[in-house]
Design a protein around this ligand. Structure first.
Ligand code: URA
Length: 264
C-alpha cells in the first residue's frame, strides 16, 4: 500500500513564508520524535486530536519550541528526539519516491514491513535516491540535517557502487572516469575512483549524486549498465540481507558517516 500523501515540500515552504516561521513546527516535530509520521500527524492535528502548550491546535504548521508540551488524544507525548539512522538493503523494483501514480512498490512500503511497531511512528526520510532497479545500501533517518549532510556534494561522502555491464571491461576504458567525464547533458562530473571487478563489472566510487550518475558515466565509456548495486556509503559497508534493516549506533554515524548525531 502506498504511504499516505503528505504536504508537498513547496507547500511547506509557502507556509513557512506566509507565517514567517523559521523554526520547528508541530507536524514535523511529531514525526521527528516518532509520535506519528508527517501525514498522519497533519491529519490528527486537523482532526483536533492534538493539544499544544495547553490549547487545542488544528494547524499542522503551528510553531513548537524546545520546551513545548503536546498531548495526543489526551495523552502526553514527548517531542524530544535524537538522530536515528537506519541502513536498509533496497530490493530491486522499489521506488525511492513516497508515492507513485502507477502504484509501484516503494522503499517506504518495504521498510515498514520490517520495522517494529515502536519505529513506525517516525517520519523516515530516504537519504538520497536509488533507481527503481538499483539494489543495495539506502540510509533512512528522522533527521533532516543528516539528509543534507549525506547528500550535499560539498560533504564529499563517498558512495561505492558495483555495476554489471554489457561489454568487456578493460582498465584503459575506465581511465576517462578517473579524470572526470562530460555527461550527455554537457555537465562534467568529478573524477571518480574506478576499477574493474572481473570482465563484466566495474567498481565506482562517487562523491556526488547526479541523476542516474553511474549509468550515465558508464555509458560515456561504452559500458552500458545491466545491474547496479550500492555497497557502501562513507565507511559504512552494507551488512544486512535484501529487504532487511539495521539501526546504526551513534558511534557509527560519527565515525563512518562523519556526522555528529543529536542526542535527546
Ligand atoms: N547512479 C545511477 O545511475 N543509479 C542509481 O541508482 C544510483 C547512482
Amino acid at each position: 500500500m502506498p504511504p499516505p500523501k503528505r504536504a508537498p515540500k513547496w507547500l511547506e515552504a509557502a507556509r513557512v513564508r506566509a507565517t514567517g516561521l523559521s523554526g520547528d513546527w508541530l507536524s514535523r516535530a511529531l514525526a521527528r520524535a516518532g509520535v506519528l509520521p508527517v501525514k498522519e500527524a497533519e491529519d490528527a492535528i486537523r482532526a483536533g486530536r492534538v493539544r499544544l502548550d495547553g490549547r487545542d491546535e488544528t494547524e499542522p504548521m503551528a510553531p513548537v519550541h524546545a520546551d513545548s508540551r503536546a498531548l495526543l488524544d489526551g495523552q502526553p507525548v514527548s517531542l524530544k528526539w535524537r538522530t536515528r539512522v537506519l541502513q536498509f538493503h533496497k530490493p530491486t523494483g522499489t521506488l525511492t519516491h513516497g508515492t507513485d501514480r502507477q502504484g509501484r512498490p516503494t522503499v517506504f512500503d518495504a521498510l515498514r514491513t520490517v520495522l517494529p511497531a515502536d519505529m513506525l511512528g517516525y517520519g523516515w526520510h530516504a537519504v538520497g535516491r536509488l533507481d527503481f532497479d538499483t539494489t543495495g545500501l539506502l540510509l533512512f533517518t528522522n533527521d533532516e540535517k543528516f539528509v543534507g549532510h549525506a547528500t550535499a556534494p560539498e560533504t564529499h561522502l563517498p558512495k561505492r557502487y558495483v555495476a554489471k555491464v554489457g561489454a568487456k571491461v578493460i582498465d584503459a576504458k575506465l581511465e576517462p572516469l578517473r579524470r572526470g567525464v562530460k555527461l550527455d547533458d554537457g555537465e562534467t562530473v568529478r573524477p571518480a575512483k574506478a576499477r574493474p571487478r572481473g570482465e563484466d563489472a566495474v567498481e565506482l566510487v562517487l562523491t556526488e549524486g547526479k541523476f542516474h550518475q553511474v549509468k550515465r558515466m558508464l555509458n560515456v565509456v561504452g559500458l552500458p549498465t545491466l545491474e547496479l548495486h550500492r555497497e557502501a556509503v562513507g565507511d559504512l559497508e552494507l551488512d544486512v540481507p535484501v529487504g532487511a534493516y539495521r539501526e546504526l549506533s551513534d558511534d557509527e554515524v560519527k565515525t563512518k558517516l562523519n556526522f555528529e548525531p543529536r542526542s535527546s
